[in-house]
Ligand binder design. Structure first.
Ligand code: FES
Length: 124
């Protein structure tokens, strides 16, 4: 018997917005209407393609790459996409999520996304 299939991808979209007057950059900005629409655009696009059952969009808090925002993380693969727009999200869905090829030009620069430190190594 087949079980309920797990999702092929999770897409974590940072939905953090800084309080008004806060100088710190954030992925959702009061002064940038497009930044407020990106999650909905992502979810709607997945729905319209008929793949929302296997690609799960998730709203998350700060992912600690605020300077590069708006950002979203695609798992599996640990792929961090930065400076997002609706057009970039459309291309990521087509080429990465459906096509299986990471859109390198939208990925965070390497110097901002070094190899992870194992938690066990961090404790020693
Ligand atoms: S506010 Fe989005 S990464 Fe920090």
């Amino acid at each position: 018997m087949q079980g309920v299939p797990q999702p092929a991808y999770y897409i974590f979209k940072c939905q953090q917005s800084a309080p008004p007057g806060m100088p710190k950059p954030s992925c959702v900005s009061q002064n940038d209407p497009e930044s407020q629409q990106l999650f909905q655009h992502l979810a709607q696009s997945l729905m319209m393609k008929g793949i929302i059952g296997t690609v799960q969009p998730i709203q998350t808090g700060c992912l600690n790459r605020c300077q590069q925002g708006p950002v979203m993380l695609v798992e599996p693969g640990h792929t961090m996409y930065v400076n997002l727009t609706k057009e970039k999200i459309d291309r990521i869905i087509e080429e990465h999520i459906i096509g299986g090829n990471v859109v390198q030009e939208y990925v965070i620069p390497e110097e901002m996304w070094g190899e992870p430190i194992a938690p066990s190594a961090m404790m020693s």
